[in-house]
Ligand binder design. Structure first.
Ligand SMILES: *Cc1c(COP(=O)(O)O)cnc(C)c1O
Length: 473
């Protein structure tokens, strides 16, 4: 509200009321000013009303919403359904241009602003989570983790040139990880982790031998992972980063849901400080409590070129949803809310582990010792002798527990033409049957209590079934 407008309005209603209204209208401008200059999350959470005002302000900057706009092109941000229009606050132009998915869209100043601000907020959120030395640019992409890994690997392959054919991958049994490589037109070389105690750890020496055997010029990248199902531990990303630097090979870290763990973020931060890390990919839904659809690509300060290439390699414009959802969410959390969520998760991990340990002891099972995994945990299912262990998972699911994963040794699966023995365990001969659960961001104490109670009942019932089938056979 400028002074001319206030003068005009003051002739209709009292000037002092107009001046109060002006203060409030300027408060929204103030938020924009602060965000643009600080490039950081607001300290305090913003209320929905303020965020909505901001979104309408941004929307009014897009040409499809200009009063009297005449669109005669083939892409004018038109919508048939007003529901669809409202779902994106009228920001229908999406993001990017044909040359760069992060480029400003001339027809959509507001959408471009929202997207750019989201990149700043996301970068700040990563720093607050422990990735302190993140590079200048954080790319918010409208593709989930797997497809984003494909885009990153495709860009690395282009850098490597015609000789680049292979990706060396520290095995993590999640089909997407394999497909992310094969979809980029690359061949995957699987390096199985080594079993130490209960835990599966990176075979760094085997990765190095594989690079030497293939010839480093033919290896596009080593792909390591931080967040994964127990009993697999976070990869030795620091050692791998040093090795990749020494051998001149790319290094991509799959940090799918690692942002929510301070320990994992600090390891990422260390890795890009001591060695080579070309890109780190993280899921928006798994870390920030938004719907599925986006991922963040970032890197340390030493090596920032790949991120720019990923942005320019992306063919065409893109949906703004992932970025808009994250923008809204980070404003709504504020720095305080985000840091609190992260802290609560750390506490919840300890609580879940304690409660599950109690159950395990009562039912004659045990928790697998996996100190290298700060999110996921696993309990043995040694009682699954005469019944299919997967029935245990179905029983939990029918009691409304979702998210556990039962793993039986000895299953073989072929994914992307590669055969995996012991699929599910990230190891071809893991010695235990077990199930996993995750203390992920947003899980509550109540979830843990109810899970523990259902688990007790399920174990009892499962053991009865096992005994009955043993008697029958
Ligand atoms: C979730 C996950 C993926 C796949 O992610 P999408 O977001 O579904 O593409 C890949 N790797 C790991 C480690 C994951 O946790």
């Amino acid at each position: 509200m400028d002074d001319d407008l206030c003068d005009a309005l003051s002739r209709v209603v009292s000037a002092r009321y107009v001046s109060r209204a002006k203060q409030n209208a300027n408060a929204v401008d103030g938020v924009f000013k602060r965000l643009s200059s600080s490039r950081a999350m607001p300290k305090e959470p913003l209320g929905d009303d303020v965020i909505e005002l901001m979104l309408h302000r941004l929307s009014s900057m897009d040409s499809n919403n200009f009063i009297g706009n005449v669109g005669v092109g083939e892409r004018e941000g038109r919508t048939f359904s007003s529901l669809v229009r409202r779902r994106c606050f009228g920001m229908t132009h999406g993001i990017g241009r044909s040359g760069d998915v992060a480029a400003e869209q001339p027809k959509a100043c507001g959408s471009s602003l929202a997207n750019a601000l989201c990149g700043f907020l996301a970068r700040d959120a990563l720093k607050l989570a422990g990735m302190r030395d993140v590079g200048k640019r954080v790319l918010v992409l409208p593709t989930a983790t797997g497809m984003t890994l494909t885009l990153v690997l495709t860009s690395l392959k282009k850098q490597r040139g015609v000789e680049g054919r292979y990706v060396i991958w520290s095995r993590l049994d999640q089909k997407t990880c394999v497909k992310a490589v094969t979809c980029a037109g690359l061949e995957i070389v699987v390096i199985e982790p080594v079993l130490r105690g209960d835990q599966l750890e990176t075979d760094v020496e085997a990765i190095e031998r594989a690079i030497e055997n293939l010839g480093s010029e033919r290896v596009v990248a080593v792909v390591t992972s931080t967040s994964c199902f127990a009993p697999r531990a976070c990869d030795e990303i620091e050692k791998t980063a040093k090795m990749c630097e020494r051998l001149d090979v790319g290094h991509v870290i799959n940090n799918a849901y690692g942002v929510q763990s301070r320990a994992l973020c600090e390891r990422v931060n260390k890795a890009w400080t001591v060695g080579r890390v070309d890109a780190v990919v993280q899921s928006t839904d798994k870390n920030f409590l938004v719907p599925v659809g986006g991922a963040l690509v970032c890197c340390g300060k030493r090596n920032e070129t790949l991120i720019d290439e990923v942005a320019t390699n992306y063919p065409g414009r893109a949906s703004a949803y992932a970025s808009l959802d994250l923008f809204i969410t980070l404003l709504s959390m504020g720095e305080k809310g985000w840091v609190r969520l992260l802290t609560e998760r750390e506490t919840l991990y300890e609580y879940m582990r304690e409660e599950l340990s109690k159950v395990a002891e009562e039912v004659g099972e045990r928790m697998l010792e996996t100190p290298g995994n700060p999110i996921s945990m696993a309990m043995t299912l040694s009682c699954a002798q005469n019944v299919s262990p997967t029935m245990f998972g179905s029983m939990l699911f029918s009691r409304l527990v979702s998210g556990t994963r039962v793993v039986t040794p000895g299953e073989t699966k072929t994914i992307g033409g590669v055969e995996f023995r012991g699929f599910g365990a990230s190891h071809s001969a893991y010695p235990h049957t077990y199930f996993t659960a995750a203390a992920a961001i947003g899980t509550t104490h109540d979830d843990v209590d109810r899970f523990a109670a259902i688990l007790r009942k399920t174990f009892l019932e499962f053991k009865v079934k096992a005994a009955a089938s043993a008697a029958a056979s």
